[in-house]
Design a protein around this ligand. Sequence first.
Ligand code: FAD
Length: 291
Amino acid sequence: HHEPLFAQARGDIAVSFEFFPPKSDAMAETLWSSIQTLAPLEPRFVSVTYGAGGSTRERTHATVERILKETSLTPAAHLTCVGAPRDEIDAIAREYWDLGVRHIVALRGDSPEPGTKYRQHPQGYRDAADLVAGLKRVAPFDVSVAAYPEVHPDSSSRAFDLENLKRKVDAGADRAITQFFFSADCYFRFQDEAAAAGIEIEIVPGILPVSNVAQTRRFAEMCGAAIPDWLNGLFEGLDDLPAARQLIAATVAAELCGQLYAGGVRHFHFYTLNRAELSYAICHLLGVRAR
Ligand code: FAD
């Protein structure tokens, strides 16, 4: 017996949306129109990423500030500790707090030179867990951290990766957001293992609606996520049919969300890539409606 997944407007699902800071005026326009489209869905928060090695520090700050001042949304600022001394990171966090930002997504970040391993700055935070502890010393932020259902590429084992997540929780993390994945079973296995490891915070699935498999493959290679063969195959022959690709992207992501919902998930985090349509459509299918 299966309840129809897409039958009714549900009031029990929370969503959040992730954006990246725009690089040009044209990209800024796309972002702001996307934010306006998605805002009526009343996301729990909207997060703004921090470019590799802190390269978008000013733009992340400006985007977060604009969200705070021009919308009624709750912004979450991503912050990484790579390549910067602790006092610099603390100063950025204090500035956010003074501005009225209450939610930080705390990340370690990656080495700015591709292919080389992360190295702690001599006066820097050691890793994300250390950063979380530092942020909580600055102010009582709501802190989200990253989690990896398919294991982070730097991790020696699943157990080590779970221990690392546990260290972030012990340092004060309030929730985890996962790297994207395409198998609900993979998420549920991770959730079970996290629970067995004593991790009690919410693990929010990060949903990436895929309409461009080549681009997704590039993301996936960097972060250790697997693109299943069936997903590769789905986009074969559709290079010149963008509308068909969009419909398939929404269908695949909504199906994944439906399976996660059936397994008890009630908060979904969308990697929007600054586009509203796919995330909006998937939310609608899930029964998330504008109020
Ligand atoms: P950590 O939790 O510190 O650890 C990463 C891995 O390294 C873990 O697997 C752990 O097992 C291992 N490890 C940790 N500490 C040690 C240690 N002391 N010794 C040995 N191994 C260790 N990147 C950006 O640059 N900007 C962003 O805005 C951004 N947003 C993200 C949002 C989400 C939801 C996710 C999932 C990722 C995001 N990232 C972002 C990517 C992230 O910075 C990278 O995945 C990075 O490689 C790891 O960051 P982390 O916070 O998970 O690190």
